[in-house]
Design a binder for this molecule. Sequence first.
Ligand SMILES: [Zn+2]
Length: 261
Amino acid sequence: MATLVDTHCHLADPAFAADVGEVVAQMGPAGVGHAVVIGETPERAERVLELVDRYPGLSATAGLHPHEARRWTPDLAAWLVRIAADPRIVAVGEMGLDYHYDHSPRDQQRAAFEAQLDLARDAGKPAVIHAREADDDVAAVLEAHPRTVAIMHSFSSGPDLLRRAVALGHYVSLSGMITFKSWALDEAIRAVPLERLLVETDAPYLAPVPHRGKRNQPAFVTETARRLAAVVGKSLEEIAAITTANAVAVFGARVVPRSTL
Ligand SMILES: [Zn+2]
């Protein structure tokens, strides 16, 4: 069985404070050989780097979540430029626009998003994109920054944003949402080239069926891969090989799963 990569989880979240070591230990037996751990604020990113140093099979990202965009300053930008050069950091983000919660004013969300896209391009790293109820603006910003490689994380936006992201050559990462009864985007997913598909948990959120309602964890990404395989008419083995190769292509050799080394 090819080994899976969970391309997006929040192991620095307080939900894992008590047992993160056990959670990481459960990845291997489940067939999950690597996880990209998101550092969505400076504080979280520093904690993620501690985890990366402590546990094999983890990589980090660093960036500023749209909820926190009001914190974007020249000092924060300088911090992000510095940390983005670290080889343990495989992507910048998550960043983007969230008009559902509007925790930060929209003009500040947009400024932080655009600055981070440029910063990711300059660092030679992909950008992890959070988009919620902001499809048109996210698409327009991405189209204005075509030289940054983007990963549309936990994709659940409309088919128009999907089409425009795919046209730019971006990656589409599916979470446990594709196992939910309410999921209605199978047709749109089948239009994504296989070489642009990734899988993730977004743990501790969005646990896939049959774990729905529980705390999510990287080991559960297998359920998302199983469902994605059914959507695109592949075996689990094939979709594991495809999505892991894609993860290595976009994040680099650091995310090669340990058991395939
Ligand atoms: Zn996330």
